[in-house]
Write a protein that binds this ligand. Structure first.
Ligand SMILES: NC(=O)c1ccc[n+]([C@@H]2O[C@H](COP(=O)([O-])OP(=O)(O)OC[C@H]3O[C@@H](n4cnc5c(N)ncnc54)[C@H](OP(=O)(O)O)[C@@H]3O)[C@@H](O)[C@H]2O)c1
Length: 252
């Protein structure tokens, strides 16, 4: 969809790169000429993704995002050693479907640390000298759960709304460096996270859920192409917004 020179030579950090959407974002950005730093917790899976990337100059950063100060330090160290990033796609996150009565401190911690605290830790790294190039871009993974209510989704929705709120303020804060910050609210996309979710539903409920997406469920490429657009020249005048990529889920 994009030329292989669209992001030529640009270093891009991709979190959640070992699976699903993050993996596909890493593949698409590498096909656009970017040098990808793939991160996640599972070294073996990260190396396997690294092998599948197009071009050369990619790297692996094995990192548990639950622990914000260590996350900032690891990203800063990587940039010091291997060069500043042009962009960050923050795709890491876990799903959480359970009624409010079952949402205890641990669930709150797990959802917020992998998605929100880590996003703030990335933002803190970006604010440090030499980590992100001026003019670069940050894309944070949100969800339609930020925009629509659903039983059992309070914690997950809260985390994604936090991402959207953070996006707006970071966009203002980083604008003097012309760094663009946007979030991406995705509808249901076929990934291991999605398959796990639908495996607990009846065939009838899955159909009902899919029918709410006017264009059906998405595939990781649907999100990855939007990320490429936003991180590259296509998104040069877009900042502080939450882009909805949901096959029409939120239209009615
Ligand atoms: N699929 C959907 O329908 C959908 C819809 C809307 C939004 N989203 C969002 O899109 C993002 C990607 O989802 P996905 O469907 O691609 O999920 P996925 O296939 O389960 O992948 C999740 C990724 O997040 C990483 N991760 C989770 N917790 C982590 C932690 N503490 N530290 C480091 N990495 C961690 C995982 O890495 P490990 O190898 O370390 O486990 C994995 O690479 C998530 O933020 C999700 O909320 C998904």
């Amino acid at each position: 969809m994009f030329s292989n020179g669209y992001l030529s030579g640009k270093r891009i950090l991709v979190t959640g790169a070992s699976s699903g959407i993050g993996r596909q974002v890493a593949l698409v950005l590498s096909a656009c000429g970017a040098k990808i730093c793939v991160t996640g917790r599972d070294l073996e899976r990260l190396h396997s993704v690294e092998k599948d990337l197009y071009g050369e100059g990619h790297s692996v950063l094995c990192l548990d995002l639950n622990g914000s100060d260590a996350v900032t330090d690891a990203i800063r160290n990587d940039a010091e050693v291997s060069g500043a990033f042009w962009g960050v796609f923050h795709g890491a996150g876990i799903s959480m479907v359970r009624p409010a009565k079952l949402c205890k401190e641990k669930q709150f911690h797990d959802v917020f640390s992998s998605s929100v605290q880590s996003a703030m830790a990335i933002a803190r790294a970006v604010s440090l000298r030499g980590v992100l190039e001026d003019g670069g871009a940050l894309v944070l993974m949100s969800s339609v759960a930020s925009l629509r209510g659903q039983a059992g989704m309070a914690l997950y929705s809260a985390a994604k709304s936090a991402i959207d709120g953070m996006t707006r303020s970071l966009a203002v804060e980083f604008a003097p460096r012309r760094i663009r910050v946007n979030s991406l609210c995705a509808g249901a996309v076929h990934t291991p996270m999605h398959e796990k979710l639908v495996s607990s539903l009846s065939a009838e409920s899955v159909k009902e859920y899919e029918d709410k997406h006017l264009l059906g469920f998405g595939v990781p490429d649907d999100v990855a192409n939007t990320v490429a657009f936003l991180i590259g020249e296509g998104g040069r005048w877009i900042t502080g917004t939450s882009i909805v990529v949901d096959g029409g889920y939120t239209v009615r």
